[in-house]
Each structure stands twice: as C-alpha cells, then as structure tokens.
Design a protein around this ligand. Sequence first.
Ligand code: F6R
Length: 622
Amino acid sequence: MCGIVGYTGQQQAAPILLDGLGRLEYRGYDSAGLAIRDGGALAQVVKSTGKLRSLIEKTDEGRTLPGTCGIGHTRWATHGEPSQTNAHPHVSGNCTGSGSGKVESEVVGVHNGIIENYMELKAKLTRHGYQFYSETDTEVVIKLVDYYYNKYKLGPVDAINRTLVRVRGSYALALMFRDYPGEIYAARKDAPLILGAGSDFSCLASDVPAILNYTRSVYYIGNLEIAKLLPGELHFFDLNGDEITLEPTKITWDAKAAEKNGYEHFMIKEIHEQPEAVRNTLGSLISGGKIDLSESGLTDEVLADIDFVRFTACGSAWHVGMTGQYVLEEMAAIETRVELASEYRYRRVLPRGHELLIVISQSGETADSLAALRKAKSMGVRTLAIVNVVGSTIAHEADHVLYTHAGPEIAVATTKAYSAQLIAVYALAVQLAYVQGKIDGQAYGNYLEELSALPDKITRILEEKERIQWFAAKFASAKDIFFVGRGLDYSISLEGSLKAKEISYVHSEAYAAGELKHGTISLIEDNTLVIGVLTQSAIFEKTVSNMAECKARGAYLMALTSYGNYSVEDSADFTVYIPKSDPCFMASLAVVPLQLFGYYSGVARGLDVDKPRNLAKSVTVE
Ligand code: F6R
C-alpha cells in the first residue's frame, strides 16, 4: 500500500526522498509526489501518475526542487482514481489544476491508510467554508488539521492531536506546516511508520529499507503518538501533547539484504534465500538439541494447557495456517481451525477456554489480521503472533511473538517469509506434541533431525530450477491452471495457485482433489494444465486417480512428488521430483518448484514479477 518518506537535514531532500520512495516501490502504487521546502520558503509540490520514474524525470532527479526539508509519497488508490489531482501530497488550501507548484497552504501532508469517517468530516469542513479539489480522504484529514490549527492556534502537535481524536480508520501521516520551516510532524494509527535520526538530520518512512542507508537506529511510534522531526532531533508526544521518551531499535540486517545483489528480480533472489531463512528461523527456535520457545513466553506450562488452536491470517500466511492445521492435528492431536482474518473479524466467534489464537503475518501490519488479533484479545483468548517485521503492530500487541528470521522481503509475492512461517508453525507443533505427551523423545529427536535437514533439501531443489523454467515457458500462455491435492497437499496447492495467478496473471484454481468431480472437472478441456501435488504417501493413489480422470478429459498433467514415486509417470506428462522429508514438513519442499513455476511464468510473459498490478505488499486497509 502507499509509501511515505520524510527528511529534514542539511542535504538536498528531494534526491533522498526519491531514493526512499524507490525502496518502497515494492509496496505497490499508481502515482507519486513530493513536497519540498527550502528554509522559510513555501513548499513546492510535484506529482505524477504511473511509475516513480516519471516523477524522477519530471523533477530532473530532484534537482528542480531545492530544499532540505520535505515529504514524499507513493499512492495506492483507495478513494478516487489514480490521477495527478488525487496523488499526494495534499494541501489545506485551495488548489487549481493538478495540485503541483508552489503552495500557499498552511498544511501540506501525505497519508497512508483509510479515513473511514471522511464523508462526515468533509461535510463538517464544508460547513466551515473549506472547498475540496480531490476525491481523497487524505485531503479531508489535512484540512481538518488546518481547521484545528487555525481555530485553537496552539501549534501543530495540538492540531494533530485534536484531529486524531476525530478521525476513524487507519493512518500514517507526515505533515509540514508553513509557519514551522525545517520541521515535519508525523502520527500513526494501525499503519506502519518508522523514524530515524542522525547527527544532522531526521527522517521517516513506511518501512526500514527506505532509511537504512542513513541510519540503523529506528524508532517505532505507537498508535496515536506524534513525532516531531528537526534536523538531528526527534521528539515524541502522546495524545495529551506531553513529551514522551522512546527507545530506538537497532536494525541488524545488512542494507544489501534489501537489494537485488545481481539477481534479475527480488522474487527470485528471495526464493534463493529460503535455505537461509529456514536455517535462521530454526536457529532462533532450537538450541542445544531442543525446541525453546520460552523467549516468546510460550513455556512448557503454557503449552501443556492448550487444547484448541486457531490460525488466522490473510493470503499466503493463511495458507501457512492451513498447513498448520494439518500438521497440528496430525502430530499433536490438537483440534485446530484456520480462518481468514477478514471473515473471523466480522462473524460471531465462540472462543474456547484453553484456546491459542495464532496470527501469521509477514508485515505484522495487515489490517484484517490486526483486527482479528484485537478481537481475540478482547474475548480473553491467548494470542501468538508469527511475524517477520520486528516492532510491527501485530508483534507489539500479541501476548506472545515468534519472529521469523527471513530478513526483509521486498517482492510483493511472499516466498521466503512463507517458508520461515512454516518453520515457526512446525516448531510449535513439535513442542506442543512433546509437552502434551503425544510423541516420545525418539519421535521428538527424529522431527528435529528432519527439520534441520530442510535447508539443504531446499538448496537441492533450487539446483534443478532450469527444468521448471523450461516448463513454465512452455505453459506461459495457458488460459487456466488447476492445482489439485488432498490433505496437506491441498494446502500446498492453494499456495501454488496463488503464486501462479498473482505473478503471471493466469487464471488458476486450487482444489481438494476429491472435489473435482463435484463440478470443476467440467472446466477441463484439451491441454488444460493440471498440477497434482502428491507428497503424502497415504493418499498418493487417490490423487493420482483424480489426475487420471482429468487426463481422460484432455488435461496435460504435471505431477509434483518425492523421489521414489516413479509410478506417477504412468499418468503424468511431466514430473518434478523433490527430496523426501517427514510428511508433515513436505510443504517446505513442495512449495519451492511452485514458486519457481509462478515466477518463471511471469517472466516468460514479460510481467513485472516483483510488483504485480493492483497488489500491495503490506495491506493496511481492509
Ligand atoms: C501472496 C502474499 C499475500 C500475503 C498477505 C498477508 O504472495 O504475499 O497473500 O501473504 O497479504 O500479508 P502479511 O503476511 O504481511 O500479513
């Protein structure tokens, strides 16, 4: 979703902000803009639609916008079409044309998120003589700040606080006030925003990669807190306007981790980083030959008490929950349910007495997942977050946190974070099973051995990527693809199908193989690609039969199974073999060829695989 950056210091702001926006491109956007001011001068606003490149060209790489203080934005349209007028920054005054140029306005700002009651606020402001030039909720919030600023004349912090009290929704805001040159004000609620400072500058952004070249010391402001940025100084305020102290967090990952390092795309780089992501996540959960979750507060006593697990998440993270459901029930014999966060949050939920609700999220900011977490907490349910981004809202609010150690994930489609999430789920399942006496010490040791063998097995699969590349190119113009599997293989199929459609824009569906006959099989035509996932030996034959039914109706069959299951070649036209592991852990291996298939299909179709159309990396609106 939208990306925000801000800088105030001694250097020219525009090139720094453009660089920062470039590092946030992965979040998804359809227009971009900057507001820069030079000392006491008025802010100059420049906006453009489409790729950031056009803003870079329009401003001659920032050279036409002199000034050492500014804010920037990439917009992912929610209210109002992607146009120059609707692009940010927005201003409190009246604006003609597309809103670019020198602005007289009192307040200039950028916003990420959604203001839910913007219609009501707009009506109020209209009654007070404000006029609106755009269709955005952002213009409303900027004008509301201006209204309070002029009404009470108590300065920016007071005006922002009064606005925060009136506004409903989620937001990260960065604002400049005409009377306060060299200063930027920021506030957030349920949308990501980080701040950093050096000896002569301070800066803000929606995510760490945007500021990592300037500082590793990052501040996370809480909901309804305000930050004031001056060159070399950061001040924080609570909702009463009282100054508060925040401690910085040190970012340990290398700035290079957020660069392509010779790979053509972030996605393929991140696919290759999976052995490391899995190894690092395992390393954080296993020590001295034992799983140790105590740092998260999930002690053996806590685990012994749990008799019901509910996963909730969105998209790929929900697929991890789906795999988790099979694994927990199989390994730990604990009743488990998995729910889409967007459904869970609005339905009547009957919590169980000894329930553990697990929210899985790479970003830790997904609006629906956050809402689901809050709902569970409000019902007194114990919550665990499996999160990749340190300091994110979901990590902050859950009772327990297990961090995945995937490093920064830049490509919009998740790969390495998904793999790291699986590991956290496996470790939890093994420990629950052991603590609750469902497995003995021997089985426990075997599981740990299988887990530690996963990174090398993933590496081995990656070594054979050329075969998938060839196959993906052959089917790049496919109209439809069906992914089928039973049980845990069904959860893998869901992820394979999502990867295919989001990256290559080919329509695809995942089906529990036994369901095909109940309708979907009518869609099979000559040469329709059906990809069968067959990692579970107990149901191998059943899925093979379902695939054969498709073949009899003209389908082209690809099978994905482990070495040794060569009989599949009697039915399949093309087979991909992966190493064997414990059946519970096979998703970690089987997903890799499917990620590669999605990636290479998109590349073969000449698509922007790192930033598929209409998608955003961090979905901070519902
Ligand atoms: C798909 C993908 C999305 C995310 C989903 C949840 O490749 O990346 O489906 O998994 O938007 O995001 P997080 O994990 O940040 O909550």
